[in-house]
Design a protein around this ligand. Structure first.
Ligand code: ADP
Ligand code: MG
Length: 277
């Protein structure tokens, strides 16, 4: 059994009386503990809906989702599911609940009745994990976008999640902020947390174990980054290949030969140098 089992899941939003919009159509997917999955797809393809189903914010209209064998459909499990699957959203400016950073991070555990001494430990660890320890008594509003997202991640970590979902959490950040968040996501993943990164930025997909491409509420492709980049599906879905892969394609038009899809800058540089000699 996989950590996350999505079995034939559909989800409809009621839009007006008697009408609904089918945002997900018969989606099946299994994700193992410790995987780093990128979920890609055009706006409106159903990524956020799937994320909200995974942490029990929504329940499937049809089909079923299991997290560690626990069904999200059973209301009794909602609390457990929310603890297991943490989510960070897009906008760094509306994810804080308290003014002071350490209070903000403590909010989740306080809410579920974690004892005071334990909260102190968790806040320390969470701040450390996102490299924000020295900011603990500062005001969240004064931080950069990347720092705010790091605090949002820390808030999730304080709940000791098994799965971290980033729903376009880097999309409003500058390149430095993006890198900060990606580095943290990779580090957390190495420590055993499953990461699902929803993104349009295919640079972020190069480091993933798997890329799942959504299209019109369905899974259009599920493969390694190289398989997905080679398929032509990203372009068909209105997404762009990572710059390193694009560059290797242009070079291939100029006569360079690459045995495989290039996803790594160092690999590209090495190959160019070798072929120029
Ligand atoms: P993505 O995150 O890939 O951009 P979403 O999951 O947000 O896609 O949306 C999938 C579909 O569901 C889209 O057609 C969108 O317009 C629709 N949708 C999303 N949220 C709502 C809502 N609250 N009410 C009605 N329709 C919605
Ligand atoms: Mg979305």
């Amino acid at each position: 059994m996989s950590q996350i089992e999505i079995k034939g899941v559909s989800y409809s939003y009621p839009v007006k009386e008697g009408h609904s919009l089918k945002a997900l159509k018969n989606v099946s997917l299994a994700i193992d503990k410790g995987e780093f999955v990128v979920l890609a797809g055009m706006n409106g393809s159903g990524k956020s809906t799937l994320a909200k189903l995974l942490n029990g914010l929504f329940t499937p209209s049809a089909g079923e989702i299991f997290i560690d064998g626990i069904s999200t459909a059973d209301e009794e499990n909602t609390f457990e599911i929310r603890k297991k699957v943490g989510m960070v959203f897009q906008n760094p400016d509306n994810q804080t609940v308290a003014t002071i950073i350490e209070d903000d991070i403590a909010f989740g555990p306080e809410n579920i009745g974690v004892p005071r001494e334990e909260i102190v430990v968790r806040v320390d660890e969470a701040l450390e994990a996102v490299g924000m320890s020295e900011y603990r008594t500062r005001t969240a509003s004064k931080l950069s976008g990347g720092q705010k997202q790091r605090v949002a991640i820390a808030g999730v970590l304080a709940m000791r999640p098994d799965v971290l979902i980033l729903d376009e959490s880097t999309s409003m950040l500058d390149p430095n902020g993006r890198k900060e968040i990606m580095d943290i996501a990779l580090k957390l993943n190495k420590s055993g947390i499953t990461v699902i990164n929803i993104t349009h930025n295919m640079d972020e997909a190069t480091v993933a174990d798997r890329v799942v491409v959504m299209r019109k509420g369905r899974v259009a492709m599920d493969g390694t980054p190289k398989e997905v980049f080679a398929s032509g599906l990203l372009e068909a879905c209105g997404l762009t290949l990572p710059p390193v892969t694009q560059l290797s394609r242009s070079l291939a038009d100029e006569g360079f030969v690459f045995g495989d899809v290039v996803t790594d800058e160092d690999e590209l540089v090495e190959e160019i140098c070798r072929q120029l000699k």
